[in-house]
Design a binder for this molecule. Structure first.
Ligand code: SF4
Length: 217
């Protein structure tokens, strides 16, 4: 089966499985989404959602967050991984939004990626989920599934993002990003897999009779 055909089938199956794509990180607006995405680095969304109600109660705007300051932010987010670095980034980022952006989250990749702690993946999530801009944020999970489904040979998330953008229509990127994450959590976890247990892989690789070892997974 050709790569494009595999991509088309993946899209059909994921639309069947996940017709609704609710954003998993709880938030109230663009700023709180940006904060939640930043906090989610190397953490589960569930853990972030446990912490953010207390954080947003006191720091729901850039101004309130910057007034909290690094040490207060840290005391709230301490249970999360990399909490010291994240607290530092949140305090600085909030101050920059107040000083340079009238407390409004900017709507370009360039401006978002210039903020402390905001890389391309975080900016892509905010651009797609907050502003509806077509983006395909690729994290290690999407990278893994894309390789397992033969949609990319990319050795980096940058290459995988470029490959996925070529295979799927632009108007599907935002929902596919979430659908692939949902599928990865439910079925295709980081644990090793022989590529035969799911109907999806059997459909994508109908001639695969023996277990297949994914080298890059
Ligand atoms: S068979 Fe394995 S690699 Fe394929 S989708 Fe299922 S868990 Fe993922």
């Amino acid at each position: 089966m050709k790569k494009q055909e595999r991509a088309d089938r993946v899209q059909i199956r994921l639309d069947d499985l996940y017709p609704q794509t609710r954003i998993p990180l709880d938030h109230q607006d663009e700023f709180t989404l940006l904060v939640a995405v930043l906090l989610s680095a190397q953490c589960t969304d569930k853990k972030v959602n446990e912490i953010t109600p207390a954080l947003f109660e006191r720091g729901s705007t850039p101004s309130k967050m910057s007034q909290l300051g690094e040490s207060e932010i840290l005391s709230i987010i301490r249970p999360l991984g990399l909490s010291k670095t994240k607290a530092k980034h949140l305090a600085k980022l909030s101050q920059i939004l107040v000083d340079d952006y009238d407390s409004v989250v900017p709507q370009t990749f360039e401006e978002l990626e210039s903020l402390p702690g905001v890389g391309h993946k975080t900016a892509s999530v905010v651009m797609s989920q907050a502003f509806g801009f077509p983006a395909f944020p690729v994290d290690t999970h999407i990278h893994r599934l894309s390789q397992r489904w033969g949609l990319t040979n990319g050795k980096s998330v940058v290459q995988t993002e470029a490959d996925l953008k070529k295979l799927f229509p632009k108007d599907s990127w935002n929902r596919l990003h979430l659908q692939i994450i949902f599928y990865g959590r439910e079925y295709c976890t980081a644990r090793g897999c022989d590529g035969t247990i799911c109907p999806l892989c059997r459909e994508l690789y109908p001639r695969r009779k023996k277990p297949f070892l994914h080298k890059k997974a």
